[in-house]
Design a protein around this ligand. Sequence first.
Ligand code: NAP
Ligand code: MG
Length: 403
Amino acid sequence: MTKIQMTTPLVEMDGDEMTRILWRMIKDELILPFVDLKTEYYDLGLKHRDETNDQVTIDAAKANMKYGVSVKCATITPNAQRVEEYNLHEMWKSPNGTIRAILDGTVFRAPIMIDPIKPVVKNWTAPITIARHAYGDVYRCQEIRVQGPGKATLTFEGADGQTVTETIFDFEGAGILQGMYNKDDSIASFARSCFNYALDMKQDLWFGAKDTISKKYDHAFKDIFQDIYDNEYKDRFEALGITYFYSLIDDIVARVIRSKGGFIWACKNYDGDVMSDMVSTAYGSLAMMTSVLVSPDGNYEYEAAHGTVTRHYYRYLEGEKTSTNPMATIFAWSGALRKRGEKDDLPELMAYADQLEQACLDTLNSGIMTKDLSLLAQGIEVTEVNSEEFLKAIRTRLEALLA
Ligand code: NAP
Ligand code: MG
């Protein structure tokens, strides 16, 4: 069989622990036999990040800007325990945070749906994609624990010498205070990433905030989205027959629950943090959640939403064949290869990505699944397998589809 050709390399970011083991297995079993894989490889494994003083993470993000598409394995974000475990020079920052800061992107997360696993919300027949603005708000705020009576004010000292002050509250006793911000630039990038992704997916875009209560803060989000939509995207949305829809966040939440799914839900930072965990759990399993970072200028970074599955890795090190679910990591590869195919006009590569995903879905729908899913499956005879057996079952189906 002649292998499918690529023209531009994919930026490959390797990672840690169990997902690093799966990474190698996925490449050997499902990609290298079929695709003449071209990648520019960056080892984001914690050991190598430490050896390079984290320069490798920055280089990988820059390569993503150069080539446009990357695929990333889950990585350890070090804490005190990891500093000891890996004897690190420093408690390096989250690679995802570093990459996001360089690419200035929005994270889109969507569940992979299969017949035997029914969403808790029974009318959700298509996936809901959460688009989370991963900048500012409560994640970059200052807080004060007020100890007793006093007056709290909010002051902005303009670089031009103009000062604006508002009274927040006259405290008669103890209380709490919080000051947070966002930037027009960042909100505009978020909006453009969402509009571009909606065009890409040919799906409606919903956005909810609380502009009736937050008349300046949330209202700015609403206005920036609407301006950008009217001036830059409206014609293209109408041509595709998709819509942009803004409403109050509480109304959006109610509509989401009543919906059939199949749209993109743009969320402010905190809303996205909370709602993505609710949505992924309601669809079934974290191991079935895909994630892609899209920058406003059209760079894509594909990954799984879950972490490095540390508990399984320690069992793997003791010689156990674990039943870790590789689905979200495989879909990171298929998503990245399909996008590479789109950018380089390689229909064969795009078709391969479709068939790889089809082979995965066929395998699961036939009842062959890893342990996390076998516990949730309904109305089907389940064969529980380890990761290796699962990948082999997918390969058999992929070979048949490609023949
Ligand atoms: P995790 O790796 O997502 O795993 C949490 C638990 O979820 C696992 O112990 C396992 O449950 C289940 N699980 C997750 N993915 C699974 C899969 N593919 N197949 C089967 N079960 C799966 O989260 P964590 O344990 O909190 O974090 C571990 C490391 O990952 C940390 O060092 C963290 O910094 C890093 N992390 C990285 C990313 C990223 O790179 N994007 C994201 C999150 C976390 P059972 O053990 O019950 O089977
Ligand atoms: Mg969260």
